[in-house]
Design a protein around this ligand. Structure first.
Ligand code: SF4
Ligand code: SF4
Length: 100
């Protein structure tokens, strides 16, 4: 999950992270109107994704003023994400459609 670097991190979230479908949509930044994949995100042939640094991802600086955080700290919802809460829908992050 990519969040603004100054965003307050929640220490522990009461959600079941096993529900994540590993779509990878939350691991994109919009830069100059274009979706840019996190450098740690790996796409698998199966259609899911993998985070190269999953165990130590939280707080990792991604660049462009952003760091990795829990999905609860994201300002966005993501298409078909089970953790959506009614936030604005992120308009990028379509990893298996049009871009890397
Ligand atoms: S958008 Fe939701 S389902 Fe997709 S990888 Fe992120 S947390 Fe998991
Ligand atoms: S560090 Fe991992 S979980 Fe965090 S945004 Fe990058 S690929 Fe996604």
């Amino acid at each position: 999950m990519i969040i603004p670097i100054n965003e307050e991190q929640k220490k522990k979230a009461p959600i079941d992270r096993s529900l994540c479908t590993r779509c990878g949509r939350c691991c994109y930044l919009m830069i100059d109107g274009k979706p840019v994949k996190c450098k740690h995100l790996v796409k698998l042939k199966s259609g899911t994704t993998l985070c190269r640094i999953y165990k130590k991802r939280i707080g990792e600086v991604i660049g462009q003023g952003f760091k990795c955080g829990y999905i609860e700290a994201s300002p966005y919802d993501y298409k078909e994400c089970p953790f959506n809460t009614g936030r604005p829908l992120f308009n990028g992050g379509k990893p298996y459609d049009n871009f890397d």
